[in-house]
Ligand binder design. Structure first.
Ligand SMILES: Nc1ncnc2c1ncn2[C@@H]1O[C@H](COP(=O)(O)OP(=O)(O)OP(=O)(O)O)[C@@H](O)[C@H]1O
Ligand SMILES: [Mg+2]
Length: 470
């Protein structure tokens, strides 16, 4: 993996360096050649003009031929060029001839058209490609009394262009080699920096796959990799939670089922081997049936929860009169109230209509009422109230039981959570009632809550959306 990314990054970096240097080189040499050519042209034209003035002086007999020759030699040296003078014709007015200075150079490098152009008073410049070094030629006219009497041509090799190009090439080699070295080192460290978290993640993922959820990645970076590492850690955390819940769930179910099943099998065995006498038989069979009912309820509750969790439950929403429903539940629960000598007290006036599933609301009230009955001291009372606020109705049930500590209040809505874990089976309950109530309320877009003072009692409530005409 390192080699893969390392190789690719290195290749890209080196390619970028090479391409940049080549582009720079081409651009620089182009710009330089242009600049150099114009400068050279300018200086040759200037030299040509200087010579023409000297030639003019010579033709006017102001200076000797010797002087002219020396002057031309001097300028030829100064401008690193060869100089020739044309045409080969006598100047009528001055009696001086330019013939003696004529060399073959003009004819070698300029066409007769170009020579004629000069003789018409124009300056002509051209670059002749030579095998070794290109040659720049410039021809300027010699004018006396507004009349062209000849021309001067200068021919100079373009040494500097060639030199500069090769220097640039050498220079770029000096740039490319250290830049490539630096790039290699940088890429080496950078790939390490980028790859390490990915390798860590891959290792951690393997660990998690093997069931070790402690694997996390410590990367504080604020970039995309940092975000990825954070998401990875979050995912690992969630997986650990799910795994913990799965284990707890299985442990809870086994625990809830083990006690009643071993009781039932004890009863059946006792009857079979007659350790349970026929006088006791009726009592034990009744107890066994109760346990079977409990298992049945547990299984139904679990199925309910599973359906609620998957959103599989279909609510049959309709207009419900809450007061009526509460009274119905109370009537059904009368025997249980009487058994513990409990008094129900009602706190609602008028009618409150909600939009809800009748049987599910009944189930929620029963769950809360069952708890209130179960935890109330005998001879006490249980308050049931209905309140309307904004778009919601609140149903609350208050008991004067043991209450629930702040810490336990956080967990009582979880599946299988019981405050008193040592409770005897005949006290019933598997810790699913509140979890189901909460999910049902939420399925109705309502919510649940509890207010409780240890030692003083608890008030449980849930809300439901009010029924409205529209
Ligand atoms: N009114 C209450 N007073 C004191 N504690 C309560 C009250 N209601 C619930 N609890 C605590 O919350 C726990 C969870 O309640 P929940 O109704 O979910 O389970 P359960 O009553 O034990 O079993 P199930 O409802 O499944 O028969 C109870 O075991 C109890 O410890
Ligand atoms: Mg309960």
């Amino acid at each position: 993996m390192i080699k893969g990314i390392f190789g690719r990054l290195l290749f890209v970096s080196l390619a970028v360096i090479l391409i940049t240097v080549i582009i720079l080189l081409v651009l620089l040499s182009h710009v330089y050649t242009n600049f150099y050519t114009t400068e050279k042209e300018k200086s040759l034209i200037k030299a040509g003009k200087e010579i023409t003035t000297t030639v003019e002086k010579y033709l006017k007999n102001e200076i000797s031929e010797n002087y002219l020759t020396n002057e031309i030699k001097g300028l030829a040296h100064k401008y690193n060029s060869e100089i020739s003078i044309f045409p080969m014709q006598l100047d009528q007015e001055t009696n001086q001839s330019l013939e003696t200075f004529t060399t073959h150079l003009t004819e070698d490098y300029f066409t007769s058209d170009e020579v004629n152009k000069v003789l018409k008073g124009n300056t002509v410049t051209k670059v002749t490609p030579e095998p070794e070094i290109n040659l720049m030629s410039v021809a300027v006219p010699v004018v006396i009394n507004d009349k062209v009497v000849g021309g001067v041509s200068l021919h100079s090799p373009m040494y500097d262009v060639v030199n500069t190009s090769s220097q640039l090439r050498r220079l770029s080699a000096f740039v490319i080699i250290p830049a490539a070295l630096i790039a290699t080192i940088l890429v080496y460290f950078l790939t390490g920096y980028f790859i390490r978290p990915l390798q860590d993640m891959s290792k951690a993922a393997l660990k998690i796959a093997k069931g070790d959820f402690s694997a996390t990645i410590s990367l504080q970076a604020k970039d995309e990799l940092g975000t990825l590492a954070q998401s990875f850690n979050f995912m690992a955390g969630q997986l650990a939670k799910v795994e913990k819940m799965r284990k707890e769930f299985i442990a809870n179910i086994s625990h809830e089922l083990r006690t009643p099943i071993s009781f039932i099998s004890g009863v059946l065995q006792g009857i079979n081997d007659q350790t349970i006498t026929s006088a006791e038989k009726e009592k034990y069979v009744a107890l066994a049936i109760k346990e079977i009912e409990r298992i049945n309820r547990l299984i139904n509750d679990m199925l309910d929860l599973a359906r609620l969790e998957h959103g599989d439950i279909k609510l049959e929403l309709r207009k419900i009169n809450l007061a009526e429903l509460v009274l119905e539940v109370l009537a059904a629960k009368e025997p249980e109230f009487l058994k513990k000598d409990l008094k129900p007290e009602l706190d609602f006036r008028g009618q409150t209509y909600v939009l809800a599933d009748y049987h599910r609301v009944q189930q929620m009230i029963i769950n809360l009422l069952d708890n209130a009955i179960k935890f109330s001291p005998p001879g006490g009372s249980i308050l049931i109230g209905i309140q309307k606020n904004a778009a919601l109705a609140t149903i609350w049930i208050k008991d004067y039981g043991p209450g629930i500590s702040k810490k336990d209040q956080e967990y009582i809505w979880d599946r299988f959570y019981k405050v008193d874990k040592t409770r005897r089976p005949e006290q019933g309950g598997s810790g699913l009632g509140l979890a189901i109530t909460k999910m049902l309320a939420e399925a109705h877009n309502g919510s649940v809550g509890v207010k409780s003072d240890p030692g003083k009692g608890s008030t449980f409530y849930f809300t439901l959306p009010l029924w409205s005409e529209e």
